[in-house]
Design a protein around this ligand. Structure first.
Ligand SMILES: [Zn+2]
Length: 316
């Protein structure tokens, strides 16, 4: 009897339909046909199970792929969000144009390697509180401290005094006095340690610069002394030393060729700690060749990350 039943069961398996209806896929067998006596699987059950498994795997792979795409896009999007923003007030035209142009190229490369942005303005018309609030760092790229709008002066003063961002000023930023019919900006005069522009070496001389505070972040890794070739070496009516923290000074005895255009104690890089903003003045900034000088470029990049309160991306 048992032998007969087994034969019937085997026959049942063999006669199960194996048809495909095209778009609908495999026809679901009836409940009666789907189960063999004794709860054994029929071939239809096996196909169904296989199909379900394949469907499940397919759906899982699809979901995984979609999740991966989404995550990749999300991470790529994050990577494109700038870490910080810089605005540079760049002198327009004139004798310093080659320096400003070289600075833009150099800054562009550094910004892309470190995921920050630099916006350029060539006058102070746009500067107000809301404008400056967008930026972590203000670079005064040779623009002098005169011919600023009243609104820009007030906004800049607040930005520096309240430490809303950092500041790096080059060269012309100490062109303090009465120039082009403009009066001295007294706040900026104090910010720069009370110096008044007196003269400059029109014939350009090479000089040796002594680092005075090697522990300052802006001077990190800079060999002392270092040489700056063919500079104008502005002289002032007084040294800013009593009012500022001097980071480096030029040794006037090293001037080559010789000139008697000297001021004695001659700081050339300093920071003013009486203001909340991290700030640094770097006298150099006449010739574009400065961007071939490793001490200068290292000082500039150190200053950017320090003044903006950011870490440099050293992996790139
Ligand atoms: Zn110059």
């Amino acid at each position: 009897m048992e032998v007969v039943q087994q034969s019937v069961a085997r026959f049942t398996i063999l006669r199960q339909p194996r048809v495909c209806t095209g778009a609908e896929g495999w026809i679901l067998p009836s409940k009666k046909e789907s189960s063999a006596p004794g709860g054994r699987c029929t071939s239809t059950d096996m196909f169904k199970a296989l199909r379900n498994s394949l469907n499940t795997i397919f759906v899982r792979v699809l979901l995984l792929a979609l999740a991966s795409c989404f995550l990749n896009g999300f991470v790529a999007g994050l990577d494109k969000i700038p870490r910080f923003r810089v605005v540079a007030l760049a002198e327009h035209g004139g004798i310093h144009k080659p320096f400003v142009d070289a600075a833009k190229v150099w800054l562009g490369k550094l910004a892309s390697e470190n995921n920050f942005t630099v916006d350029y303005i060539e006058d102070t018309q746009k500067i107000d509180d809301a404008f400056l609030a967008q930026y972590n760092l203000f670079i005064q790229l040779n623009y002098p401290p005169y011919n600023w709008t009243d609104t820009s002066q007030a906004a800049f003063t607040k930005y520096i005094e309240e430490g809303k961002g950092g500041w790096i000023g080059f060269h012309h930023a100490t062109l303090l006095g009465e120039f082009d019919g403009f009066p001295m900006w007294t706040w900026f005069h104090r910010f720069m340690g009370g110096v008044r522009f007196k003269n400059y070496i029109a014939t350009f001389v090479t000089g040796t610069v002594m680092v005075e505070d090697k522990s300052h972040p802006a001077m990190k890794g800079i060999a002392s002394p270092f040489v700056i070739e063919n500079e104008e070496w502005y002289t002032y009516d007084t040294t800013p030393r009593p009012s500022v923290h001097v980071l480096a000074s030029v040794d006037e005895n090293t001037y080559t060729p010789f000139t008697d255009q000297k001021m004695g104690d001659h700081p050339v890089i300093w920071t003013n700690k009486h203001y909340q903003a991290r700030n640094i003045y770097i006298f150099m900034g006449h010739h574009p060749e400065l961007f071939d000088n490793q001490a200068f470029t290292l000082m500039f990049r150190n200053s950017i990350f320090w003044a903006a309160g950011q870490q440099e991306n050293r992996e790139k």
